[in-house]
Design a binder for this molecule. Sequence first.
Ligand SMILES: [Ca+2]
Ligand SMILES: [Ca+2]
Ligand SMILES: [Ca+2]
Length: 294
Amino acid sequence: MATPRRPLASPLVCLSFLLTLGCAEDAPPAPTDDDGDGLLSDFEAQVGTQPDQADSDGDGCDDALEVLSYFDPLNAEDRPYQGVYPRGPRPDDAAFAEMAETFGAGFDTGQQNTNWTLLDQHGEAVELYDLYGQVVLVLIAREWCEPCQEDAQALEPLYQEQKDRGFVVLNLMLEGIQDDSPPQTDRWAEYWGLSYPVLGDHSPGDYTQTDAALHYIDTPGLGYDTPNHTLLDRQLRTVTLYDLNSFDADKINELIDTPVPEVDVLLPENADALRAELGLNPDSWLVSPELCEG
Ligand SMILES: [Ca+2]
Ligand SMILES: [Ca+2]
Ligand SMILES: [Ca+2]
């Protein structure tokens, strides 16, 4: 970010303190924000970011913005998405392991989905576990399939309407405009006006060779129909698997109305003030990557 932030502990504060009460000799030094990124150095020590570097991982986003928008300030590959998809707080690995123990790990109804990662239409990695806390609709489609085209378009207004409340469509694309040809996710997204993540997961005539779709196609043999839908709740547990009917807007809205699960994340004490200073909306998980470049 171009504009360095004001240090939160002003020298004037210490001066007025000296004049009125005097400074105890063994008083601990006031916390400082040496790199001006808005995070006090003692907080930076707790989360592992650099106290003398505003952007610890060098991805263009200052530490404070990453911490407050739930991206990883120590991973340059992880920063606000070009597609501006919602991102909430993510549980740590131990918490995910505990949930898998409780609900069962896998993709059957009620189970805690196992994590997976695919590239979207902007070439960015989208990881399922980063979407914890949101209602997720997995749409599996092929470019040549007309009902898929209609379905994908019909989901766009629902995504626009509800993404602020924690709803995302993950559109897994298996094939391109010809049977078995590779999908082009940017072409599909652009042509049909889709802003949710469109993820390439090519199945050259055999869905068992896909990286994620194979978990959501619950059918014997290699045959499967598109479009199909799998709905996950806010804890990423399967609610309905491989549904061949049109997406169920009522069920989706019912899940969106459920409370967001609590996640233990370390946030600075000045989080509210910092959010306001950085231009982050405290009621939304949508963060534009433009905030990073200032
Ligand atoms: Ca820093
Ligand atoms: Ca960064
Ligand atoms: Ca980062």
